[in-house]
Each structure stands twice: as structure tokens, then as C-alpha cells.
Design a protein around this ligand. Structure first.
Ligand SMILES: [Ca+2]
Length: 385
């Protein structure tokens, strides 16, 4: 098992702590932080990623109307991720504001350094002593080493806890299917993939002889694209191989574990609220910048527990046999192993699904052997007691 840093494009715990110190000291606020990042790009012409993940240099620019039309979607910008500045603000104004902020920051530099050192030192020293099965540290990421070489998928430790499962938001509910709303208690922490299993991860299984099926990628590319055209049975083959390679108990998440992880403590339609917004996910109507195809893993911000693409990109197989409602659902996070096991449950919606289907509560069932271009999965792992 090896440690990993926070996924690219997200704020590391160390940066979050530093920002907290700066904010507590009254030296920066949320908007100041966004302005600082933007000014840094404008000043330095640093490489940044556009909405399609392509590396670019130079000032951020508003996409042309023609480009937006070609993409068939509204292009999100880096500024939109922070939600504090608009594209139509003049760069001169923003630069002037950044200069004022920089001057203010310099005035408190000594204090910032002292507070930052105090905030960073102790927690990081403690984190280095943990391992994958340390159950008391949710949010920790790790990868298990494979016997055949390389590492397995990046995993995130999810805490134990309780939540209300089903259509608790009242937004776009599917009558009956997401009811009755019921309390579920996840008794122990577990780990779940930070992203959907990618083609690269699947192809490693094929190369090692653990997976027989080599799915088509529809011409979208493999590498970090989520694997598609895999059945529930194919997914079982993958987790069985991964368990053998790592010596750890890999499996699909149960349906309740999946929703618990997708909600990440929220009770809204989406982990970020009741509105679909823009630049949050990849679906039809998500305004995510990807036109009717999958997006590479990690193209969108994770939820507050560090999980990407729980909403959209590909539907994800879970362990449970399909049941049309939550009648008789287990209250302890266990997978349903009876009822219609010729079908299994799918969660999260996909690149071709509308916004109602990518809600946290949305669920669907498909024949267990079907292979289509909107079906994929992510793995879960039981942590040692
Ligand atoms: Ca997904």
C-alpha cells in the first residue's frame, strides 16, 4: 500500500488548513483566495486546464459563443469553480484588486508563517503513522500494491455513520422506487474508489489474465476514461482479481453504501445542493463541457468526502439484486441478495442521463449480463477490524 496525495485539482488538507489559518487571521476571505488564484494565472501565464482537460498557457479567456455552440454545452471556467468572479469582469479591475490583496497579505506575512507552521506540523506527523486499515481516519486515501506490479485504484476511507436513504430532498423523485425513505446505519468505516474504475485499471486486469472481456471504448479513448461496456458479472471478475492481487477484500459497494458515499452527509438532490448548476458533473443537462461521451476520471470536483463522479459519467453497478422499492431494505448497509437477482442495481446516472437521473437518490436496474456504453462501476473495500 502506498500513500497518495489529494486528487489533482482539489485542495489538499494542508492547503485547507493554511487557508483556514489565513482566514482566521483576517488576512484573506473566500473571495480573496479565488482572486489570488486567478491573479496568479493572469500574472504568470501558468499552465492550466480548460474545460476539456487540455493543458493551456496564458490568461484565462471566456470561451467564444461559437466554441460554446460547438461543444453543445456551457463551458465552465476555473473561476466558476470558486463562484466569486464573473467572466465579464475586466482583467484590469481584477489585477488591481489582486495588487491590493497582495499588499495586505505582505503586511501580515510573519504572523501567517508562524500560524501556518503550527497548523501544519502536528497533523501531518500523525498522518504518516496511519495505514489503509486505520478505521478512525475517514478521508484518507491509499492504493494497495498489486502482486503483478503497480498499484490498485485510489481508495478513500469513508466513515461509519447513519443517514436517511431514498428521496429525502423531494426533488424530481421517482414515485415508489425511492421509497420508503428509511434510516440506514453503516456500522464500520469502509473504503470506496475515489473514481469509477478506468480503462487503464480494467486493461491491467486483462493483461494479467484476471479479466477475460476487453470492452470497446466507442472511440473515446481508454487510459483514464471510465471503463464502459462491462456487465455486473464482468465487474465481479474484476473485484475477484483485485482481491487476489492485493490480499484485501475488494467488492462492489452495497446500494446503501453507495448512496451514503454519494451524499457525503448531504440530504439534498445532489451532494452540492438541489440545483444541478454547471460544471459539477457529466450528464445530459449538467453543463459540464463534455458532449455526449464519458469524461476522464477526476474531471470534476469531488464531493466533500473526496469522491469524483458519484453523479453522472457512468452508471455504477452495485452489489444488490434489483428490487423495485425499499420495502424490506436492510437497515445496516448490507447488500440485498434476494429478489430479482437476474438484474442488479445501478446508481448515479451517466453521460447520457438527464439531471433527474443523476440525483443521489436515483436508482435503476439492468440485466446482470448486459454490456452497454453507459455502464461502469467503482470498487469498495472492506477494512480490517
Ligand atoms: Ca458515476
Amino acid at each position: 500500500m502506498t500513500d497518495r496525495k489529494q486528487p489533482a485539482g482539489t485542495e489538499t488538507p494542508a492547503v485547507a488548513r493554511l487557508r483556514g489559518v489565513l482566514k482566521d487571521a483576517g488576512l484573506v476571505g473566500e473571495g480573496d483566495y479565488a482572486a489570488h488564484l486567478e491573479e496568479k494565472h493572469l500574472r504568470d501565464g501558468e499552465a492550466h486546464e480548460d474545460a476539456r482537460g487540455h493543458k493551456r498557457r496564458g490568461p484565462l479567456r471566456r470561451p467564444s459563443a461559437k466554441q460554446s455552440e460547438q461543444d453543445g454545452d456551457e463551458q465552465p471556467g476555473i473561476l466558476d469553480l470558486f463562484g466569486t468572479l464573473e467572466w465579464d469582469e475586466s482583467y484590469d479591475y481584477k489585477l488591481e484588486r489582486s495588487r491590493r490583496l497582495r499588499s495586505r497579505r505582505l503586511g501580515g506575512l510573519a504572523l501567517v508563517l508562524a500560524l501556518a507552521l503550527a497548523a501544519l506540523a502536528a497533523p501531518q506527523a500523525a498522518a504518516q503513522e496511519l495505514d489503509a486499515d486505520d478505521a478512525d481516519h475517514p478521508g484518507r486515501t491509499f492504493r494497495d500494491s498489486l502482486a503483478s506490479g503497480g498499484d490498485g485504484p485510489e481508495m478513500v476511507v469513508v466513515p461509519a455513520g447513519s443517514f436517511r436513504m431514498g428521496c429525502v430532498s423531494g426533488v424530481d423523485c421517482y414515485p415508489g422506487r425511492e421509497e420508503p425513505v428509511h434510516e440506514v446505519t453503516i456500522p464500520r468505516p469502509f473504503a470506496v474508489g475515489s473514481h469509477e474504475v478506468t480503462f487503464a485499471e480494467w486493461d491491467a486486469c486483462v493483461s494479467a489474465g484476471g479479466c477475460e472481456h476487453r470492452p470497446d471504448d466507442r472511440g473515446w479513448g481508454r487510459d483514464r476514461r471510465p471503463v464502459i461496456n462491462v456487465s455486473w458479472q464482468d465487474a465481479q471478475e474484476y473485484v475477484s482479481w483485485l482481491s487476489g492481487e492485493t490480499g484485501a477484500a475488494y467488492r462492489l459497494p452495497s446500494e446503501s453504501e453507495w448512496e451514503y458515499a454519494a451524499r457525503a452527509g448531504s440530504n439534498t438532490a445532489y451532494a452540492w445542493g438541489d440545483e444541478i448548476g454547471s460544471g459539477r458533473a457529466n450528464c445530459a443537462g449538467c453543463r459540464g463541457g463534455w458532449s455526449h461521451q464519458t469524461a476522464p476520471a477526476g474531471s470534476f470536483p469531488p464531493n466533500s468526502w473526496g469522491l469524483h463522479d458519484m453523479h453522472g459519467n457512468v452508471w455504477e453497478w452495485v452489489e444488490d439484486c434489483w428490487h423495485e422499492s425499499y420495502d424490506g431494505a436492510a437497515p445496516d448497509g448490507a447488500a440485498r441478495q434476494s429478489d430479482d437477482c437476474s438484474r442488479h442495481a445501478l446508481r448515479g446516472g451517466s453521460w447520457d442521463a438527464g439531471r433527474a437521473l443523476v440525483r443521489s437518490a436515483s436508482r435503476f436496474g439492468h440485466g446482470s449480463g448486459i454490456r452497454v456504453g453507459y455502464l461502469g462501476f467503482r470498487v469498495a473495500r472492506t477494512l480490517a477490524p
